[in-house]
Design a protein around this ligand. Structure first.
Ligand code: F6R
Length: 243
């Protein structure tokens, strides 16, 4: 694992965009595993800027997103489908047919999870998976648990995640209670992992995930067993790691 320190959010975003753009330049038909949330917004903005300058071409890129709220339609501005179109897909020359987000409107979890897992396999797997990390160490919507979930599955969101995400909704009652997410096994199959993190509030999660024991109680800790992980954190997020 390589950990790179960035002085602030902007530098973290630029470094992360550098890695994703290198991937696309080296392999134009890359399968990018993407994430939503507040952390990657600056990185997506940077990628869009480089695309507009003519430095990046997404025409052959394929994407699979980590997760989606169950029950939200595509036009709901809190759905991850909406987020991805707003922050990246509608701003670059990616073919919408090559973009994939779990279908939150599919009511049958078994059907949707099997479909998504098969889809990733049929694309030849993920070349690079972008991740954020939750305050409780979650990745995707894989919450602290007694075991690591293997494949794409439907989860009941932890109270702490509902609390953390309520800022995006009119009220806490509007936050969906379930989500579809790639499993830990799905994430671990990605050839490379890029985890980005900023802010002091994530410093404990970072220290536990990368320097504590590997345990499903801290889902991101499993990344210690992946052979190609890059973590880019701002100084605040890395302030509690051993030096
Ligand atoms: C988003 C996702 C989540 C977030 C995490 C951090 O697709 O899978 O695991 O990466 O909750 O969220 P932010 O970036 O909003 O702090």
């Amino acid at each position: 694992m390589r950990i790179y320190e960035a002085k602030d959010y902007q530098e973290m975003s630029r470094k992360a965009a550098n890695i994703l753009s290198a991937q696309v330049i080296l392999k134009p038909d890359s399968v990018l595993g993407l994430a939503t949330g507040s952390t990657p917004i600056g990185m997506y903005d940077q990628l869009v800027e480089w695309y507009k300058k003519g430095d990046l071409d997404f025409s052959k890129v394929k994407t699979v997103n980590l997760d989606e709220y169950k029950g939200l339609t595509h036009d709901n501005d809190q759905s991850y489908y909406y987020f991805m179109h707003e922050h990246l897909f509608d701003r670059v020359n990616i073919d919408p047919a090559n973009t994939n987000v779990p279908d939150g409107t599919e009511e049958d979890p078994e059907k949707e999870c099997a479909r998504y897992e098969k889809l990733i396999e049929s694309m030849g797997g993920v070349d690079i998976q972008l991740l954020g990390i939750g305050h409780n160490g979650h990745i995707g919507f894989n919450e602290p648990d007694s075991t690591f979930a293997k494949t794409t599955h439907c989860v009941d969101l932890a109270e702490s995640t509902i609390e953390a995400n309520k800022r995006f909704f009119a009220s806490v009652d509007d936050v969906p209670r379930q989500a579809y997410t790639m499993g830990i096994g799905t994430i671990m199959k990605a050839k490379k992992i890029l985890l980005i993190v900023n802010g002091e509030s994530k410093a404990d999660a970072v220290a536990k995930a990368f320097f504590g024991p590997v345990t499903p109680e801290v889902p991101a800790s499993i990344l210690q067993f992946h052979s190609d992980v890059v973590v880019i954190g701002d100084s605040a997020a890395l302030s509690k790691i051993p030096r």
